[in-house]
Design a protein around this ligand. Structure first.
Ligand code: GLV
Length: 392
């Protein structure tokens, strides 16, 4: 059967993969409220398309940290991809390169930075978990640098692993034929089977819970690479990230796998964008399944989006070809969204092209003026001035 959208890969992956593996990729934390909300929140944002714009030429290319890419859609770090497909991270890297976009390799890849680099040219970021043993971190960052990775995406929302109940029920553990390849030579490549989630225990024993903003500065003493702080959800932290020298922020709730009942990332995005005031780029991940989602994120101020599960599931279903197809489908849908909303370049996508539930009412209601007033006081940046005639 022909695949016509990104979400269709999930059912195929579910059929193909062992339950323990599918559940690991699919689940969120605890009640999985945020997992559902990451998707639902996109569906509550509507378009305000403009018509009769000459859309015969559309340009979806963009630039991220100075690197020109084919579209504002990049690959998020997801762990242990050889559980999904024998070619795992390498197939994913090849698909990203073929699509002209960026792949982020997880620290917990089942392929190493060197192996991914050996797949050929491509712009790649390295996602970093800071381990208690800082020598391990330093070595890993150096290896990523030497392997040509262009940025570090520092995950900041995981001092402990979120509680994913299916992993506990399944006694999740990395299958014995695989290792966390980046850590293999450091004696940290194996994961012990435990009475609950093997990954949660691994994190508890290896990841540095004392990690704090000073370490973002420390990281800059060991690498020249730009640092993207991944896992920010508030204006407060966005401002600190800038002071700490971040080159960018990824608004992320870790695919809803960490703290449940945080807002959908698309809901948190604008708060961060407002706080950052254009000083550094802001990206978002979480729940992106459609080209319309990409457009909404850009309209709210994101420079680009990262996709996680669609990559994992398409990789499981069809290897490199699956990931290529996901990237192509999202690109096509995004381009179509631009055409149908009257935007020819990414710059032309504005806040006026969408309508969110936190916007003030636009038209008529007699109290509209008061509402708008109130809104202005709270969010002065995003008030739209209505034409005089309509405001009375
Ligand atoms: C890894 O980062 C995970 O969330 O399982």
């Amino acid at each position: 059967m022909e695949i016509t959208n990104v979400s269709e890969y999930e059912a195929i992956a579910k059929e193909k993969l062992p339950k323990m593996v599918y559940d690991y990729y699919a689940s969120g934390a605890e009640d999985q409220w945020t997992l559902k909300e990451n998707r639902n929140a996109f569906s509550r944002i509507l378009f305000r398309p403009r018509v009769l714009v000459d859309v015969s030429n559309i340009d979806v290319t963009t630039s991220v940290l100075g690197f020109k890419i084919s579209m504002p859609i990049m690959i998020a770090p997801t762990a242990m991809l050889k559980m999904a497909h024998p070619e795992g991270e390498c197939a994913t890297a090849r698909a990203a390169s073929a699509a002209g976009t960026i792949m982020t390799l997880s620290s917990w890849g089942t392929s190493s930075v060197e192996e991914v680099a050996a797949t050929g040219p491509g712009i790649r970021f390295f996602q970093l978990y800071v381990f208690k043993d800082r020598n391990v971190v330093t070595q890993l960052v150096r290896r990523a640098e030497r392997s040509g990775f262009k940025a570090i995406a520092l995950t900041v929302d995981t001092p402990r692993l979120g509680r994913r109940e299916s992993d506990i029920k399944n006694r999740f553990v990395l299958p014995p034929h695989l290792t966390l390849k980046n850590f293999e030579g450091l004696d940290l490549g194996q994961m012990e089977r435990t009475a609950d989630s093997g990954l949660a225990s691994y994190v508890a024993s290896q990841v540095d819970r004392s990690l704090n903003w000073k370490d973002v500065k420390w990281l800059q003493t060991i690498t020249q690479l730009p640092i993207l702080v991944k896992g920010v959800l508030t204006a407060e932290d966005a401002k600190i990230a800038i002071q700490a020298g971040a080159a960018g922020i990824i608004v992320s709730n870790h695919g809803a796998r960490q703290l449940d009942y945080v807002p959908a990332t698309i809901t948190a995005l604008e708060e961060v964008v407002q706080a950052v005031r254009g000083q550094i780029p802001v990206f978002v991940d979480g729940g992106v399944r459609r080209g319309t989602d990409v457009f909404k994120a850009l309209a709210l101020g994101a420079t680009g989006v990262f996709i996680g599960r669609p990559v994992v599931f398409s990789l499981a279903a069809d290897g490199e070809a699956g990931v290529r197809k996901v990237l192509q489908m999202l690109r096509d849908e995004f381009e179509l969204t631009m055409v149908l909303s009257g935007c020819r370049t990414l710059k032309e996508i504005t806040r006026h092209h969408i309508k969110t539930e936190w916007d003030p009412p636009r038209l008529a209601p007699s109290q509209g003026k008061d509402m708008e007033h109130l809104f202005h006081e709270r969010h002065c940046m995003f008030v739209r001035v209505r034409p005089k005639a309509a405001s009375n």
